[in-house]
Design a protein around this ligand. Sequence first.
Ligand code: GLC
Length: 741
Amino acid sequence: MNTRYSVFVLLLVLLACNTTQDTTMVKSEIIDKDVQFVEKLIADMTLEDKVGEMTQLTIDMVSVGAPYALQEPHTFDEEKLQNVLVDLKVGSILNCGGHAYTRDHWEKIIRTIQDYAVNKKESGIPVLYGIDAIHGTNYTTGATLFPQQLGQAATWNLDLAKACGEVTAYETRASGIPWTFSPVLDIGRDARWPRLWETYGEDMHLASELGVAYIDGLQGDDMSDAHKVASCMKHFLGYSVTLRGRDRTQAWIPERQLREYFLPTFQAAMDAGSKTIMINSGEMNGIPVHANSKILVDLLRDELGFTGLAVTDWEDVGYLVSRHKVAKDFKEAIKISINAGIDMAMVPTDASFPTILAELVNEGQVPMSRIDESVKRILLVKKELGLFDTPVVDFASYTDFASAKHEAKALMTAEESIVLVKNKENFLPLNAEKNILVVGPNADRLSAMNGGWTGTWQGDNPMYDTKGKLTVLAALKAKSQGKVSFAEADQAVNAAASADVIVACLGEGPYTEKPGDLDDLNLDEDQIELIKALKETGKPIVLVMLEGRPRVIRKIVDDAEAILVGFLPGDEGGKAIANVLYGDVNPSGKLPVTYPRFSNDIVTYDHKGTDKIDRKFGTDAFNPQWEFGYGLSYTQFSYSNLLVSPTSNGMHVSVTVTNDGAIKGKEVVQVYVQDLVATITPSAKRLRAFDKIELAPGSSRSLSFMISKEDLSFVGVDNKWVFEPGEFKVECGGLYKNLTL
Ligand code: GLC
């Protein structure tokens, strides 16, 4: 350990020993002590120390081989380690070198990096390592993989979202890594967008609740805990709805919409204590967000009061030159982005960043106060993560890594993420005696259930599939005594002759970001044709959609007896789908996005009055394939006794739910409210409360919800949140009641 800060640590320990206050005081004292520790450290830091802290490089920059083309197996380059970590004093490293590593290799990586940072670098400040642990610790071999966020959203189960956070935090820390670039809090309102599956769907209330639950699972109430990591809210702000529906293309988002639709999830996460934020790579209203101090300072810091670390997205300082063309060269781009409020630059392969930033400071183009502000935020995250005391975890202590306990949570989440959207005459569940023919491109590949951020960035290399996980086909075979077979598309019609039921696993392959940009939201024609050909055989068809976004399947919906939408259910998705198909699990998923009927009609459930007007000037134009919040069960739930009453600060809603069927089931009770008249065009309805319950056959439960005037507010003409008195219509389970507030 380097002498400079070890002496200081000793002083601090002496200070801490004499505190006798109650735990609350000690807690705040500890936080103040963190600030004191950091401020003392900064006072001793050189400019080179400081600009090094603000630099984040990908692991390629300290490894043998060229960036993105490292020598395999991954090995370090001693010279690069010395240059990057000791000479340039780079304070953060991110990413894997192209694919997942074993925990043993992560141990080598983290021990090596921290040895250079803590023992060889003058300041001894540990490195903050960041990784995309997106649906589990997807860059560590064998880690537990959950459904992607859209699938987690389809569960409407906050306990499971938190469990995903807890397991991801545990297994990420078990890999020696204390920071994940997750969750995505962008609102998923454009079905074309290639990262829709990384969101919690189209509704701000549902997405906020899930994001907070997940962050709570990741961070807990003490990030220095050996089983917790720092979360990262991304991508701030206005990233998920572009004019073209393509990743990182221009977005036009007026301030009113920005505040009402894009901000709430981030606000909720900040209020829940998320410690870091990643900035949107895109341009909004003609201004790259990485160059926009109105967003990064006026809004994020001054108005929202966020005090954590703001990190750029991949290469977004350089992209101010090469893509956005708002800077003539890298030096100007650094000046613009740092002065706009960026704390840490994910450069990620240009090691000239710190030197140029130091030049800018020495030339007076970037004030030292701006540098100190960022360095303080960065060091506070390192301190709160306990990195100064424990730069390397006790790898041997993580006995629950990839445990059956963790796997069980991933399976439960996958099972609850499956949405039954059609079940004609209760065709499902399947009888185990039936001969089943499985077809389709997604029948026998894990990558179709995991999506991007799995083993590799695009999730498309089966070499990094988790060993032993079952595809849909394998899981169906495992549950049936030889009654399940598979046929390729060109053999499917022939094979159908000996089948009782056809299960067609369709949808998309894995992708993320630009590679996932789409030309046509319709399901690929070859898949449509496969179903049309199989329809001719007269055998009943069950569709299983495995996809990152709701591909349009209008042409084949009527050809199927039953349809499951599985989105990206993760490594346990095969088992989950088989359990649902055979009835061992009663499906309880509800759509977290509106499912379009036409590729040219992308609209969300909270549409406006004008969205209803149809070609004949009727009001039938809101006509999606399936609505947000929709999902069937193998049992039947009925709603009764909807009561609404005004309270001093809003309304009280109560309702009774009954399980009228013969099997137990989970139901997501959703309370929607429509503001009948308002100065801003009111949405058709807005989700204001929900709860997920389980009911035994024949049992009932009454639920009650408090909905405040704040919940009923909207962003008004002056871009401020406002509640307007008036008449409201409350809907729950198909029942309606009006009341005036
Ligand atoms: C990517 C993504 C971001 C990710 C980061 C680091 O470009 O936009 O979500 O966390 O780079 O991999």
